[in-house]
Ligand binder design. Structure first.
Ligand code: TXA
Ligand code: MG
Length: 326
């Protein structure tokens, strides 16, 4: 597996039907030529991802929208203009040529123009769409560095482009514009309030008949070590009681003070939401690898700018408790 910043080499791998992991500003993607269903299916095999879970098609610019989506509503152009390139994914009705391997057989396609300069160069040189889910095994913690990707997949990925640590750190906001009312399918760094301000209308909360989005499964983004979310002092009390039972405990702390206890792996998380999101997956990976019996995360505030972080933490807690279902 080549680890490099060689865009031409990566483009050649894509043309040959191979897999290229690449940085985006949200998380790393595991990419294949979106126009090559055989290559796209390799992504699913490599991730152990169920074939019915569609993947996002990454584009160099909004001009390419028309090659992938039909009946593009005015609001899509509005959001694209305001937030692309950036951490926003739009669900639109697909044109017929988009393969079922990409869409999971649905009549819609997810599209995003990422802002990371390496992703931008790759997409511009490749020319077509790059299908890419997050570069992690299905249900597990996403990758925000090239090293995470290497450790997750080893030689199964033909090429890993290293663009440093993903700046945002959590996945894009997903807005479904394929139905009668715009709906938020996955919260992200761009908040629902910002999207609603741009749209001039409220976002619907998706119903039971909404398109499938595995990022919205109750169990996702999960470490292998059981993870518990708890408020401030309760988090510390829980950690202390587990330590007294002879367990080794890792704590991702925000405000609480570190108790002097042996057998406690302590990590102070950034105080601000942007810093917290940026560090979140690397922190979860580190705590997961620390060999502890339990991870305790001190619950962040319930404010709007923490919504996407709280969403990921809640799913990580559920996912870590039901490893066979992720
Ligand atoms: O930030 C991101 O979005 C990252 C980077 C690599 O772009 N990608 C990412 O991909 O998070 P993934 O596959 O982990 O999550 C994409 C989500 C999934 O929940 C998937 O089901 C949903 O997008 N999705 C894709 N196509 C869809 C469609 N046609 N309708 C509804 N949901 C769709
Ligand atoms: Mg994912």
């Amino acid at each position: 597996m080549a680890v490099d910043r060689d865009i031409e080499g990566a483009v050649a791998v894509l043309h040959a039907g191979g897999l290229v992991a690449f940085p985006t500003e949200t998380v790393y993607g595991l990419g294949a030529d979106a126009g090559n269903p055989v290559a796209v299916r390799k992504i699913f095999e490599t991730k152990d991802r169920p074939a019915t879970h569609p993947v996002i098609v990454h584009l160099a610019d909004a001009v390419q929208l028309a090659s992938w989506a039909r009946d593009v509503p005015e609001v899509a152009r509005k959001l694209a203009k305001q937030f692309w390139p950036g951490p926003l994914t739009l669900i639109l009705k697909r044109v017929r040529s988009v393969s079922d391997a990409v869409t999971g057989g649905q009549d819609t396609v997810a599209l995003r123009v990422p802002a990371h300069p390496v992703a931008q160069q790759l997409l511009a040189r490749f020319g077509g769409g790059i299908a890419a889910p997050s570069a992690n095994r299905h249900g597990r913690v996403s990758a925000t560095t090239a090293d995470h990707v290497r450790r997750e997949f080893g030689a199964a990925v033909d090429c890993v482009l290293d663009g440093g640590a993903s700046q945002v750190g959590i996945e894009s906001t997903i807005v479904d514009l394929s139905g009668a009312t715009p709906a938020l399918l996955r919260p992200g760094w761009i908040t629902a309030v910002e999207i609603e301000a741009a749209l001039g209308t409220r976002l619907a909360v998706p119903g039971a008949d909404a398109p499938r989005a595995p990022g919205t499964l109750a169990a996702h983004y999960a470490p292998r070590t059981p993870l518990t979310l708890a408020e401030g002092d309760l988090a510390i009390e829980l950690a202390a009681s587990l330590v007294r039972q002879g367990k080794r405990v890792a704590v991702l702390a925000r405000s609480a003070r570190q108790p002097l206890l042996q057998g406690l792996e302590w990590m102070a998380a950034p105080q601000d939401a942007a810093g917290y999101a940026h560090a979140l997956y690397a922190s979860l990976r580190r705590l997961d690898e620390s060999g502890c019996d339990a991870i305790i995360v001190e619950q962040p505030p319930q404010a709007a700018e923490w919504a996407a972080i709280n969403d990921r933490l809640a799913r990580a807690a559920t996912g870590s408790s039901v490893p066979d279902e992720t």
